[in-house]
Design a protein around this ligand. Structure first.
Ligand SMILES: [Zn+2]
Length: 387
């Protein structure tokens, strides 16, 4: 006995049926029915959701001609079930919209559909080329919405073998069961999935992005119930941004551009003051040292790596001076710079740094005048150096 389905009547959701077989395997219960409105995943369209005999349908599979419904508990006799309406609607909206967009891309740009994926919000289509027309995505979107508005019927027809063969030259489809899905004057498709009965039910489509993908075009779109959700979420986000910036929605972009420019100006100005402060610090420190003979200044400074480098290079412009400076980084590690005036004789920067490498596993290096790199923070740098 085969399961009778009603895939041509997409609005038929509730049904009663007789249990004709039960499979119990690996702790799972699969209930075979003589009829069902549930659609089992095929052709890229996902399983229907819904319930059967008061239990959620956990999974679906065809075994031969019988459709099995996975349930938590075994059931027998005559039972009733229903497919969840909104899930079914969204699925058929996305799928039919894909037919429509694919047909328009073929009509205007002679591009074939080579991929289609459904996501949690929206879907994508991959085409085997990228149109040269810069406005192609807008044109396709506009025409699709015009057709949706016209409320064209989506026709389901069981073609003769000859008709089916003509539309499927590869002969890979089962011509006895094949069904043609037709949007008059726009699309003829051999397809076993579920479709909305008329285009109006898609409600509308927005192409949310287009990009190049392996020589072709990747088109992301959102339609139907998902489009309302999508627009509502984005409107909420825009409202929040608008409140943060204290600007009307349509001025948010200009507001962000202004902020970005102000931030760049502030950074530029702040950096100028930072350098002035560092120079002042370096110069006053050098002035406090007795540089009548060669002196090595060792210190840990609370600053960032870039500022540490600036301080070291500024200080060793003075003859008779070498410095060993350490700064603690945000990750708890340290950066150490060893640097000297080029005429300084009693210290070679790279040799001192090699000691850090050998003792603490520091990474980095340099030359006799300056060497630097990162490694563990050294609690008492002066004591270490004097050892
Ligand atoms: Zn289809």
């Amino acid at each position: 006995m085969a399961t009778v389905t009603y895939y041509d009547e997409v609005d038929r959701l509730a049904f009663t049926a007789n249990v004709i077989d039960i499979i119990e395997e690996n702790g799972e219960v699969w209930v075979g029915l003589d009829e069902s409105t549930f659609y089992a995943e095929a052709g890229g369209m996902l399983n229907d959701e819904g319930e059967l005999a008061g239990q959620p349908v956990l999974d679906l599979k065809w075994v031969g001609d019988v459709l099995y419904h996975r349930l938590q508990n075994k059931v027998t006799g005559n039972i009733s079930g229903a497919v969840e309406a909104k899930h079914r609607l969204i699925k058929t909206q996305i799928h039919t919209c894909q037919h429509l967009l694919s047909a328009l891309m073929m009509k205007h740009y002679q591009l074939d559909t080579v991929g289609h994926h459904v996501h949690t919000q929206g879907a994508d289509i991959v085409f085997d080329g990228f149109p040269e027309d810069p406005d192609w995505a807008q044109k396709i979107q506009d025409e699709a919405n015009e057709l949706i508005f016209k409320n064209l019927l989506v026709e389901i027809r069981y073609p003769s073998k000859e008709e089916a063969a003509k539309n499927d030259p590869s002969g890979s489809l089962d011509h006895d069961k094949i069904r043609a899905v037709i949007i008059p004057d726009i699309d003829y498709n051999l397809c076993g999935c579920l479709h909305v009965p008329n285009l109006n039910r898609i409600r509308g489509v927005v192409i949310t992005s287009v990009s190049k993908s392996r020589g072709g075009a990747l088109v992301q779109f959102v339609c139907g119930e998902q489009l309302l959700q999508y627009l509502s979420e984005r409107n909420q986000l825009l409202n929040e941004c608008s409140a943060l910036l204290a600007l009307p929605q349509m001025q948010v972009k200009q507001g962000l551009e202004n902020l970005k420019q102000q931030l760049a100006n502030a950074n530029f100005e702040g950096n100028g003051w930072r350098l002035k402060y560092l120079d002042l610090w370096a110069d006053s420190t050098v002035a406090s040292l007795d540089l009548s003979k060669e002196t090595i200044y060792v210190n840990t400074i609370d600053t960032d790596v870039k500022s540490l480098q600036h301080l070291a290079s500024r200080m060793v412009r003075t003859p008779n001076l070498a410095v060993i400076l350490q700064a603690k980084k945000e990750d708890g590690q340290a950066h150490v710079i060893v640097s000297r005036h080029p005429d300084f004789g009693s210290l070679k920067a790279d040799e001192v740094f090699n000691r850090l490498k050998a003792e603490f596993g520091y990474k980095g290096g340099g030359n006799p005048n300056t060497a630097q790199g990162g490694g563990p923070y050294i609690e008492n740098l002066t004591a270490w150096f004097q050892n």
